[in-house]
Design a protein around this ligand. Structure first.
Ligand code: SF4
Length: 281
């Protein structure tokens, strides 16, 4: 689990032990962790109007000034668990704006972090594909930032496309992809190149987990995205397979450990059933 999500969970737990608190949105894209936090008293809501607790917490994904103001107007205590690396992306975007660049955000439209980056802007482009670049109109200066969990090679590729499409424009990229994402993506490439099967553990709505799946698929044909050990299937594996495991930034250690244990049990089962089949021949 990355430090940003881990710190946000710790803050939610510590706050819930002292006062009632509601988190706006999903603190972490992992159902198991959310259920555990709920049992510890943490409440969740989508909008400040729904909050009935003493305090409101903003997630590690951050929030726009508009959303922060709406939270403060409820009169409740507002606690920010925004990751420092998301704050960095906000600061870089603001610098680009004040120096006259048209803002371009490489990220998933509608994702809470992207909403936090864009909700205060009068205009901006949110792009994720070459088609998105093709639909943009020319501006003298483009200032590019990325959602922190985007693969860095996509960010560079789309920035290059922008430069090719608008050769007369200045295109400035501020690299806001966070270090945990970069390290995890590179580790996933190294892993997938060595394995016959890769199991990626993480929430079905976790952007960085889905990106890990896509990255692994470029280097390994058999990639399975699961949320917990309960979703592992025996028929995905055969006795000689080297199986790699990776996980999104919001996957806790106890879920990963559960998958490792389940895979070890499966390994024995798959190996012995292969031996039985060989003996029968
Ligand atoms: S994925 Fe990166 S930016 Fe997001 S919370 Fe983790 S460290 Fe922070």
């Amino acid at each position: 689990m990355c430090f940003g999500v881990r710190d946000a969970i710790t803050l939610a737990r510590r706050t819930a032990a002292q006062q009632s608190v509601t988190v706006l949105g999903q603190l972490v894209h992992n159902q198991g962790v959310l259920e555990q936090l709920h049992r510890e008293g943490v409440r969740f809501a989508e909008s400040p109007d729904e909050v009935r607790t003493d305090a409101i917490m903003i997630t590690a994904h951050g929030a726009s000034d508009k959303r922060l103001t709406a939270a403060r107007l409820t009169g409740k205590k507002v606690i920010e668990a925004t990751c420092p690396l998301v704050h960095y992306a906000h600061r870089e975007l603001r610098m680009l704006l004040v120096t006259g660049y048209h803002p371009v955000i490489i990220g998933q439209r509608g994702h809470v972090e992207v909403n936090g980056l864009t909700e205060d802007l009068d205009e901006c482009d949110i792009i994720l594909t070459e088609d998105d670049v093709a639909q943009m109109i020319e501006r003298p200066k483009f200032g590019v930032v990325a959602q922190t969990t985007q693969p860095i090679d996509r960010v560079r590729r789309l920035t290059d496309s922008l430069r090719r499409r608008f050769p007369k424009s200045e295109v400035l990229l501020q690299d806001t992809v966070c270090r945990p994402t970069k390290e995890r993506q590179q580790a996933a490439v190294d892993l997938a190149q060595q394995c016959e099967v890769v199991v990626v553990i993480g929430g079905s709505n976790s952007n960085n987990t889905r990106e890990l799946v896509q990255t692994c698929l470029k280097h390994c044909k058999r990639v399975h995205h699961i949320q917990s050990s309960a979703q592992l299937e025996e028929n995905w594996f055969s006795a000689d397979d080297i199986v790699g495991i990776t996980a999104g930034t919001s996957t806790p250690d106890w879920i990963i450990d559960g998958v490792v244990q389940a895979l070890k049990s499966l390994e024995q089962k798959v190996t012995s059933s292969t031996e039985l089949a060989a003996a029968a021949h």
